[in-house]
Design a protein around this ligand. Structure first.
Ligand SMILES: NC(=O)c1ccc[n+]([C@@H]2O[C@H](COP(=O)([O-])OP(=O)(O)OC[C@H]3O[C@@H](n4cnc5c(N)ncnc54)[C@H](O)[C@@H]3O)[C@@H](O)[C@H]2O)c1
Length: 369
């Protein structure tokens, strides 16, 4: 059964529609546009490009399609300009719509093009990875990377609609799917202890990508994200709770080089670290911290340095000193003391917390760092 979650943002409110086998033509019906530019990557294009184009064409739109290479490197200035050129050549005007069909890379890139082309046109998100369904397609953060760091250029630009077809998850690799589950676990920890318990009781069905279970879980994650974004669209405060586990995760990704460790794997280790620091600093019960690491492990995610994928020589970057250094040289918080989102109970977190250096170092060493 399909579910709808609304992101309440006054005149910029929009629906997230979640179901199995949702045709893209449904989207065209609610977000009519005479001309749609589908932006997708090569993998997703092969799997879903023709089907999406046919559905949108049936709904009466003129369709153009831009296919970009898969992978993080595509979130670049070069591809932004290639997409502008494609938009001009296709004759896209201000009534046109961009449809971002793919994972977070395509969503962030196409969203940024939509935010800036002709000073901003509408776009819809059609996420095809679990991470994009529960996280990147919702909330309006768009952007690209610079050689100096990830997501350093971007804009807040809310989509007109998000259309989640859970059937597309069937073709996603297990590693990418499980990475999306790390973000799902995050929502349980930051906002919903009942969701966390549901995940614990259903790990097998989750790993089997059970559509009914996924409908409920993806909808619940989107509800949590929608509520947070509605209260704090531009990350003035509360939206920071979505970064639970990410302070360490960004440092790990930075140290190891993007691509060695996937984002969800880094977030899993970062969440276990944040949970342990929460026990030391916030009265987070130790048994609840244990549940966080056991759930991540049951889902096949790393929960300590020992269970990280084989990283070869780059494992040296995992010592505390270089990791801590990477937190401070992060371009967005240069020189600042790192802040953490910490848990008080499962489902309740606080944000913006500074933590004594010795506590951080000690917990990392206990995790095998
Ligand atoms: N804007 C935000 O709020 C936000 C939040 C979190 C992450 N992000 C960004 O999201 C990006 C990561 O997104 P991602 O994890 O979706 O990675 P991704 O977009 O690179 O997709 C992962 C891989 O899966 C393939 N793929 C996508 N859907 C598929 C499907 N249904 N079947 C088979 N293969 C499929 C892609 O071609 C790609 O090779 C990062 O750039 C990150 O910065 C943005």
């Amino acid at each position: 059964m399909a579910r709808t979650v609304t992101v309440e943002l006054a005149e910029r409110s929009y629906d997230i529609r979640i179901g199995s086998g949702l045709p893209a033509s449904q989207m065209a019906a609610t977000v009519p546009a005479p001309h749609v530019l589908i932006v997708t990557d090569r993998n997703v294009d092969t799997l879903y490009g023709d089907r999406t184009e046919a559905a949108l064409r049936k709904a009466g739109a003129t369709i153009s399609r831009a296919v970009v290479p898969a992978g993080e490197e595509t979130k670049s200035e070069g591809w932004v300009f290639k997409l502008y050129e494609k938009a001009v050549a296709a004759g896209l005007d201000r009534t046109a719509l961009i449809a971002a069909l793919g994972g977070g890379v395509v969503g962030d890139l196409a969203g940024f093009v939509a935010a800036t082309y002709l000073r901003g046109i509408r776009y819809v998100q059609i996420p095809t990875t679990l991470l994009a369904m529960v996280d990147s397609s919702v909330g309006g953060k768009t952007g690209i990377n610079l050689p100096a760091g990830k997501n350093l250029v971007g804009a807040f630009h809310q989509p007109s609609e998000v259309l989640v077809d859970l059937d597309t998850l069937r073709t996603l690799s297990r590693r990418e799917y499980v990475c999306g589950l790390a973000e799902v676990v995050k929502y349980g920890v930051i906002a919903d202890a009942a969701l966390f318990s549901t995940l614990e009781s259903n790990t097998e069905a989750l790993l089997a990508r059970d559509p009914a279970l996924l409908t409920d879980i993806v909808a619940r994650c989107c509800e949590v994200k929608a509520e947070v974004v509605s209260k704090d669209e531009r990350e003035g405060g509360l939206r920071a709770i979505l970064n639970f586990g990410h302070t360490l995760a960004h440092a790990l990704e930075n140290q190891l080089g993007y691509g060695r460790l996937l984002h969800g794997e880094a977030v899993a280790v970062g969440m276990v670290f944040a949970a342990r620091v929460s026990v030391a600093q916030c009265g987070f019960p130790a048994d609840e911290a244990g549940r966080v690491s056991r759930l991540l492990e049951a889902l096949g995610l790393p929960a300590s340095v020992r269970t990280l994928p084989d990283l070869g020589a780059s494992a040296e970057g995992l010592a505390w000193r270089p990791l801590r250094q990477a937190m401070t040289t992060d371009k967005k918080v240069r020189g600042a003391t790192p802040r953490f989102v910490l848990a008080e109970r499962l489902g309740t977190v606080v944000f913006g917390r500074q933590v004594p250096e010795d506590v951080l170092a000690a917990e990392w060493v206990k995790m095998g760092g």
